[in-house]
Structure formats: structure tokens, C-alpha cells
Design a protein around this ligand. Structure first.
Ligand SMILES: *Cc1c(COP(=O)(O)O)cnc(C)c1O
Length: 454
């Protein structure tokens, strides 16, 4: 963006970026423009706006002023050049990748991605003739290189993975993508731009589930695609016919001819998201706008509390291990020092020594924490991945991803850390001592837990 907000002023950008006072009445807050369409001045104005010759909104599936303000703000926060707001995080991953992939193409994807993203690549794209390979260890440069193909059109990974909180070496993967001349797309949902801006490390595109930390209050779904504006689509145009060739016949110029290297984000906007109909509601855009204003303070506070909880859990006798890159015991601690100097985020997971029975007991016993499959809320949320988000996987796959029977995911909110520790503490206290558990089978353990609770 052209608006200058130094890194040190993240809170400043969160409040001010993209926010022009409203013209009609001078409203300080960009209003909710809840209108399907926008009136044309006259006959010629209609034609000119349709063709894009004059600026101005036409129809809200394509564009809406409530969305435009949020797109400018998120692009600024992520150090991108332009952004497209859509209805959910799934929609964002879909439209970003659909602009680059066609039947016969290949995509290379980190295996450590959100289950919805894995399903998009593994099931939905497979049906359209797009081949996908998964990189088992996303921090292994050799595996990325070895799995590249002539027809590989994009690389995809999460900066911080869900639920295990592994940090991906973005600069390394961006280097592999650059060698091959394809864009690297990073899902930055968990880190948020407050903690990490993938574009600063060479990512070409950033996607978010805005339903999570960006909105923050757990009320609205949303997603966003942010373009760095740096990938050379003019040079690599032959790989991306949607961008480099006229879409509707010869007389209609291509996206690269009209927009240069902004061809990608303009194709996402004008061809992919508008035609698939992934549009965000102006009302949801407004909730997201209000959430973004407090993003910096929320993330700082929630991250600090997560660090306190991670340390407390690691010392608890019922807890076998904690996955949080802010701990020295984490495999990702080294990468976190490089990529997450402001903190490791508000999502952490830990493994109970008592396996599934202990997990059931803990989840049933918490009172302050909400049992929910969501992250990034101002409330602290607790989930057992093996029986919910990852239940459809077979045991071998769950093993590979480290989704053990005792694994618990927390998304840490804005409650005081003492209150969270008190609630988790009372819930862990009803578990039988872990040493007893080791002597009994899982079934017997279930009975033991049931009696311990009654
Ligand atoms: C939730 C989530 C998504 C999907 O977002 P929705 O808004 O639920 O569609 C994608 N990636 C990550 C990392 C997520 O946590």
C-alpha cells in the first residue's frame, strides 16, 4: 500500500489503514453499504462502469464499498499490494488457487495444513483433474525440490500449523518456489500479520480465515486473499493462461495486458470469486473492520497468556508434552526465534498422559473454557482433535500428523491467565494420578475415570 505505517506502528495501521472518512455525511466509521447494486448516472455511465472505464461500484457480488475499505486495511497490515475479501477462509484458499490451477496442472502442498484445505486439494481438485502432492516435512528443502514437477503451478503451506503449532521456514519454501518460477501461497491465519508477515519473507500470496483472529469475536465468517504484487506474471504468463490469455475472445485483452503483475488479484476478483459467487456480506465485512482495529492489542495479550499457559501445562504432572513454539522444548523453537520474535500466537496443544479417557474427562470438566471447534475468539476454546476435526482420518494418518488420543487444542482468549489456570487446574485435578493410569488398559481407564468423576 502507499500509506506509510512503520512496523513499530502496527496498532496505528490497524486503526487507520484503508479508512477514509465517508463522503456523504462524514461518518468516521466506514458504514455498512447493505445494497445489492449501485445506481448508474445515465446510459453511458452504466456502460463505462461495466467496462471498468470509470471507477464506481456496480453490483455487490463483484465489489462493495464496505468490502473495499477492509481490503485496503488488510493489504496494508500484510505488506501486500491489494486484497480480495471473500465469505470464508475456505473460499479464500479456493479462489487463490483456482486462479492459478487448471486440469492437468500440479500443486505442491504442505501436509501440515488445515483439514479443509487438505480436503480441497485431495478431494475437490482431484475431481477436476488437478494433481496434488503433499510434502510430509514442510521444513525439508530436499522434499519440496524432489516433488516439484514440470507442471507444478503453485506451492502452498501454513506459516504456523494447526493444531501442532509448527513453524514453517517461509524463506526456504519461497526460495524453492522462486527457483521454479511459481507463486508461494501462505495461510497466515494462526500467526496473523501482528506476529508474522509472510510477504516480508518472500511469500507471493497470503490467505486468511478472517473468521478467526482478524474478526476476533467469533461472530462472523470471512476470508481474504492478499497479493504481494511481486510475482512476475508477465514473465511466467505461459503457465497461467487464465491470466495471460484473453478470457472472452480475441478482442478482450488479457489480465496481464490490462493489469501487469496485478493480473492475479484482478483475476481472483473479476473472474474467479465473482463467478464462483464467494462474496462476503457487507455486514460481515463491517464486523471484520471493527475487529481489525483491535487486532494488535488482542494478539499481544492472547499470545502473552498462551505463553503463560504453555509453561504451566508443561510443568503439570498429567501433561506429557506441550506443542508451542514459544517453549524451548519445541522442535519449532529455533524457527520461532526467527519468524515469531513477538510471540508464538494464541493456539497451543498439549498431550495428556491419560489418553482419550483423560481427554474426555478434562473436556467435560472445564467450566470457563468453551467446548468449540474454532480458534481466534476472545473466549478460550478447547477441543479434542482426534474425535472431531481429525476423526475422519485413519489411525496411521493421525499418527503421522501427531494427532494422538490425548491431544487437546486450546485457542487462548482474553480471560485472565489466573482464571484459565484455575479452570484447567480443577479439571485436571479430578484425573487419577498418571502413574495409576499406566497400569490399566484404556477400557479399564475409562471406568476408573467415570468413578473418579462421580
Ligand atoms: C479455519 C481455518 C481455515 C478455514 O477458514 P473458514 O473461515 O472456517 O472457512 C483455513 N485455514 C486455517 C489455518 C484455519 O484455521
Amino acid at each position: 500500500m502507499t500509506e506509510p505505517y512503520p512496523d513499530s506502528g502496527f496498532g496505528t495501521a490497524g486503526v487507520h489503514a484503508g479508512q477514509h472518512p465517508e463522503a456523504a455525511f462524514g461518518a468516521r466509521i466506514n458504514p455498512i453499504y447493505m445494497s445489492a447494486g449501485f445506481v448508474f448516472e445515465d446510459f453511458d455511465d452504466a456502460a463505462a462502469r461495466f467496462s471498468g472505464q470509470t471507477p464506481g461500484h456496480v453490483y455487490s457480488r463483484l465489489d462493495n464499498p464496505s468490502l473495499a475499505a477492509v481490503e485496503r486495511k488488510i493489504a496494508a497490515l500484510e505488506h501486500g499490494s491489494s486484497a480480495r475479501l471473500v465469505a470464508s477462509g475456505q473460499a479464500a484458499t479456493h479462489v487463490a488457487t483456482a486462479a492459478l490451477l487448471a486440469a492437468g496442472d500440479h500443486a505442491l502442498v504442505s501436509s501440515r495444513v488445515y483439514e479443509g484445505s487438505r480436503a480441497l486439494f485431495r478431494v475437490n481438485y482431484a475431481r477436476y483433474g488437478v494433481q496434488v502432492d503433499f510434502v510430509e516435512n514442510p521444513n525439508d528443502v530436499h522434499e519440496w525440490r524432489a516433488k516439484l514437477k514440470e507442471n507444478t503451478k503453485l506451492l502452498f503451506a501454513e506459516s504456523v500449523t494447526n493444531p501442532k503449532g509448527e513453524v514453517v521456514d517461509i524463506e526456504m519454501v519461497a526460495g524453492v518456489a522462486a527457483e521454479h518460477g511459481v507463486p508461494f501461497i501462505v495461510d497466515n491465519t494462526i500467526a496473523t500479520p501482528v506476529l508474522l508477515r509472510p510477504i516480508d519473507y518472500g511469500a507471493d500470496v497470503v490467505v486468511h480465515s478472517a473468521s478467526k483472529f482478524l474478526t476476533g469475536q467469533g461472530a462472523a465468517l470471512g476470508g481474504v486473499v492478499v497479493d504481494s504484487g511481486r510475482f512476475d506474471y508477465l514473465r511466467h504468463g505461459q503457465k497461467y493462461p487464465l491470466l495471460s490469455q484473453p478470457v472472452y475472445g480475441k478482442e478482450d485483452a488479457s489480465f496481464t495486458a490490462r493489469y501487469g503483475n496485478a493480473a492475479f488479484i484482478e483475476a481472483v476478483r473479476q473472474q474467479i470469486s465473482v463467478i464462483y459467487g464467494t462474496t462476503a456480506s457487507p455486514f460481515n465485512a463491517f464486523l471484520l473492520q471493527q475487529g481489525l482495529e483491535t487486532l494488535a492489542v488482542r494478539i499481544r495479550q492472547q499470545t502473552a497468556t498462551a505463553q503463560v499457559l504453555a509453561q504451566w501445562l508443561e510443568a503439570h504432572p498429567q501433561v506429557e508434552s506441550v506443542d508451542y513454539s514459544g517453549l524451548a522444548s519445541s522442535r519449532s523453537h529455533g524457527l520461532a526465534q526467527k519468524y515469531l520474535p513477538r510471540g508464538s500466537g494464541a493456539v497451543l496443544s498439549f498431550t495428556l498422559r491419560g489418553g482419550r479417557p483423560a481427554a474426555r474427562s478434562l473436556i467435560n470438566a472445564v467450566q470457563l473454557l468453551s467446548r468449540m471447534t474454532h480458534i481466534g475468539d476472545v473466549r478460550t476454546l478447547i477441543l479434542h482433535p482426534a474425535s472431531t476435526t481429525h476423526a475422519h482420518l485413519d489411525a496411521a494418518e493421525r499418527d503421522e500428523f501427531g494427532i494422538s488420543e490425548g491431544l487437546i487444542r486450546l485457542s487462548v482468549g482474553l480471560e485472565e491467565s489466573e482464571d484459565l489456570i484455575a479452570d484447567l487446574g480443577q479439571a485436571l485435578d479430578v484425573l487419577p494420578p498418571p502413574s495409576e493410569k499406566l497400569l490399566i488398559s484404556e477400557d479399564r481407564a475409562d471406568l476408573a475415570f467415570a468413578s473418579a468423576l462421580s
